[in-house]
Design a protein. Structure first.
Length: 215
């Protein structure tokens, strides 16, 4: 009877174990979901490496390290002793330098010769154009001189003709005056009337004048 009244122990343990497992599972899930914290940056520090085992400590000036029978020689160009010339360059370098120098000199001479030839051609063309222009101007000047001479000759002839016309006018006026004085007044009037009329009237007037002269 006592066994029936007391509760079983196993059931209590299982219940308690179940209740304890639930918080552990939730904490594990939270730990998995939470991101890890960022690393804290540390300041950079220059750490020198330890001295090498083969490196010797610094020696005072004038003292040689152990194992050297003589002082080391500096084989750089600045460390050569005075009086020793520097080693000559290889022959291939000299040949290249000579070839470059000759090529540049040849190019310079060629360019200068081309420039001189171009200058000569330009000067020759300029002289030819100048001579042609001078010849054209000379021929035009000759034509203008000839035209001026012909114009002067024509002007001189025109002056001569004008003087001759004036002289003839004066002579004609004198002849008319002399004729009017020598002939009677009626004859002169008839003659003037015949001049004003046609050629028939003129002939009639001349006939009348001849008759009067015959009478």
């Amino acid at each position: 009877m006592r066994l029936r009244d007391e509760p079983p122990v196993i059931t209590q343990q299982t219940r308690s174990s179940r209740k304890r497992k639930s918080p552990s599972s939730t904490s594990a899930a939270e730990q998995q979901q939470a991101p890890p914290p960022p690393p804290i940056p540390q300041p950079m520090q220059h750490v020198l490496p330890p001295p090498h085992a083969l490196m010797h400590p610094p020696l005072p000036p004038g003292q040689l390290p152990p194992g050297f029978a003589y002082a080391p020689v500096d084989y750089t160009p600045g460390g050569l002793p005075p009086g020793v010339p520097p080693p000559p360059p290889p022959p291939s370098q000299q040949a290249l330098d000579q070839g470059r120098g000759s090529g540049s000199a040849g190019g310079r001479t060629l360019s200068s010769s081309k420039r001189a030839e171009q200058n000569r051609k330009a000067q020759r063309a300029f002289r030819e154009r100048r001579d042609q222009h001078v010849k054209y101007l000379e021929s035009r000047s000759q034509l203008l001189d000839a035209a001026l001479q012909s114009a002067d000759e024509a002007n001189r002839r025109w002056e001569e003709c004008r003087a001759l016309v004036d002289q003839l006018r004066v002579e004609n006026a004198a002849l008319r005056a002399a004729l009017s004085q020598s002939l009677p007044a009626g004859l002169v009037q008839d003659k003037d009337a015949g001049k004003e009329g046609g050629p028939d009237q003129g002939d009639g007037g001349v006939g009348v004048a001849n008759q009067t002269n015959n009478d």
